[in-house]
Design a protein around this ligand. Structure first.
Ligand SMILES: [Zn+2]
Ligand SMILES: [Zn+2]
Length: 150
């Protein structure tokens, strides 16, 4: 059994705990992730809802996606940090924003999504799978454990 992972927002008002197997890590270079992070790409951890416990007051904002689904985006009401997302296509999972972990030292993306939109200076490791957009069956892909993405 792995040690639980802990993390939270920038100010500490929202805290969470992830139990269960170590989640996969992926980087997404789409424009939504660039906007959301106000940076070059987003990093996410898909986590089953029963393995995710959050404390503190969150607000949410919801947006549509190109696939016709809805993504609900949860943030700290105090500092505004985005903490996790939940898609209407997979209500059994959340995707936690990986940079909010207390320990980010172990994070290595196991896949890159939407590299067709990536910023040109970002150089990818050729050994890490890179998708022009995203795998067509994202729900199944998210369920893959570490090292089982391909
Ligand atoms: Zn906060
Ligand atoms: Zn994205």
């Amino acid at each position: 059994m792995n040690e639980p992972l802990t993390g939270g927002c920038q100010c500490g008002a929202v805290r969470y705990r992830i139990t269960g197997p170590r989640p996969a890590v992926y980087a997404c270079h789409c424009r939504e992730c660039q906007k959301q992070s106000a940076s070059a790409f987003g990093m996410s951890l898909p986590v089953r809802v029963e393995h995710f416990a959050v404390e503190g007051e969150t607000g949410w904002w919801e947006r549509g996606t190109d696939l016709g689904t809805r993504t609900r985006c949860y943030f700290c009401r105090v500092c505004g940090s985005r903490v996790y997302h939940q898609s209407s296509a997979s209500d059994d999972r959340v995707t936690v924003k990986a940079g909010s972990l207390d320990d980010t030292g172990w994070l290595r993306p196991q896949a890159h999504l939407w590299v067709s939109r990536k910023q040109p200076w970002v150089v990818l490791d050729p050994d890490v799978p890179a998708h022009e957009t995203q795998p067509s069956d994202l729900a199944a892909w998210r369920g893959a454990g570490p090292g089982e993405l391909e």
